[in-house]
Design a protein around this ligand. Structure first.
Ligand SMILES: *Cc1c(COP(=O)(O)O)cnc(C)c1O
Length: 340
């Protein structure tokens, strides 16, 4: 399923207030001590499938196994000394919490992470190991968020937002600077979408530097909050479902301030993929690329494998956003699917 072109008269966002290209360059300098510059590798297998060159941006190789360290590092490093000494709090489906816990640990800042009961145990353990105080409450991201707000007020902590924050968006946008430097002739970029911080930052940077690059978003079809919000013309709530792409769960926030408008104005299309298609893509990454990629990180590969990307031009980049797969689930997928 493809959403029609989101904005046929796409206006190039040279100066999308309050986030500008220079904020993304500033973020890159700020986060260099904590986040990696990740490799961009050519994929013969996917190039053959698409019929033109495909490259993979390996955010699974970040120290916390996902790109979320970029936005978290940019937001936390920008805090003042008083905020840093009081401590920080985050709510998360896992990867944002892990990034916040890691950055806080490296900088010697106290961190509290609020999670819903739906977050898998292996993700919870990873955050505890990094020294964060982890609190699990409620059955959805929204409930975990409500509880986080309570604790934030009670303890005087600073909230580090998972996506709807200018510093977080600018941090995620640093991925696009690296892509353009490594592949100046890029024509299409494919990015997983949940709350939209990742694709907002990437699209803002790409459309500012190289307006003709097509930016494609991909979400899972069982609970695509941004997709339904764009169709409705405003942020809407959706029911949370179990998904292999658990890091894409959660709404975009009914009080969304930045990412909804940025995705609407800067992103060309959103594609939806099924659970079976996500499983196939994870398996493809494992067997064809020798990469462990989690469901949320593999949806861009799903979009290529299911021929959803039309007229990609000469050079396509797929952002592999994370590698924190549940190994048991990945082995189950490998057992079910025939070896190539
Ligand atoms: C958070 C996350 C996403 C989605 O990022 P948003 O900024 O919420 O759209 C995609 N992939 C992985 C692995 C993530 O952890």
């Amino acid at each position: 399923m493809n959403l029609e072109p989101l904005n046929p008269d796409l206006i190039v966002m040279q100066n999308f207030q309050p986030i500008r290209l220079k904020d993304i360059y500033r973020a890159r300098k700020r986060i260099a001590e904590l986040a990696q510059r990740t490799p961009l590798i050519h994929s013969s297998a996917l190039s053959e499938r698409l019929g033109s060159a495909v490259y993979l941006k390996l955010e699974n190789l970040q120290p916390t196994g996902s790109f979320k360290i970029r936005g978290a590092a940019n937001a936390i490093l920008a805090l003042g000394p008083t905020e840093k000494s009081r401590g920080i709090i985050a709510f998360s489906t896992g990867n944002h919490g892990r990034a916040v816990a890691y950055v806080a640990g490296r900088l010697g800042i106290q961190a509290v992470i609020c999670l819903s009961q739906r977050v898998p145990a292996y993700r919870v353990n990873a955050m505890q190991k990094l020294g964060a105080e982890v609190i699990q409450r409620g059955n959805s991201q929204d409930e975990a968020y409500g509880y986080a707000l309570e604790i934030q007020e009670k303890r005087g902590l600073t909230m580090i937002s998972p996506f709807d924050d200018p510093l977080v968006i600018a941090g995620q946008g640093t991925i696009a600077l690296e892509i353009i430097e490594d592949l100046p002739d890029v024509t299409t970029v494919i990015v997983p979408v949940s709350g939209g911080g990742l694709i907002s930052g990437i699209a803002l940077a790409l459309k500012s530097i190289s307006p003709d690059v097509a930016v494609n978003g991909v979400s899972m079809d069982c609970a695509p909050a941004m997709y339904h919000s764009l169709k409705a013309g405003k942020p809407v709530e959706i029911e949370e479902k179990d998904s292999l792409a658990d890091a894409l769960l959660g709404g975009i926030g009914l009080d969304n301030r930045y990412t909804f408008a940025m995705v609407r104005d800067c992103v060309d299309r959103i594609h939806l993929v099924s659970e079976g298609e996500i499983a196939e893509a994870m398996f493809f990454c494992l067997t064809q690329q020798r990469l462990v990629i989690e469901g949320a990180g593999a949806v861009g590969v799903s979009a290529v494998l299911t021929d959803k990307i039309q007229d990609p031009g000469s050079a396509t980049v797929i952002v592999l956003s994370g590698g924190n797969a549940d190994v048991a689930a990945l082995l189950q997928i490998a057992n079910r699917l025939p070896m190539p």
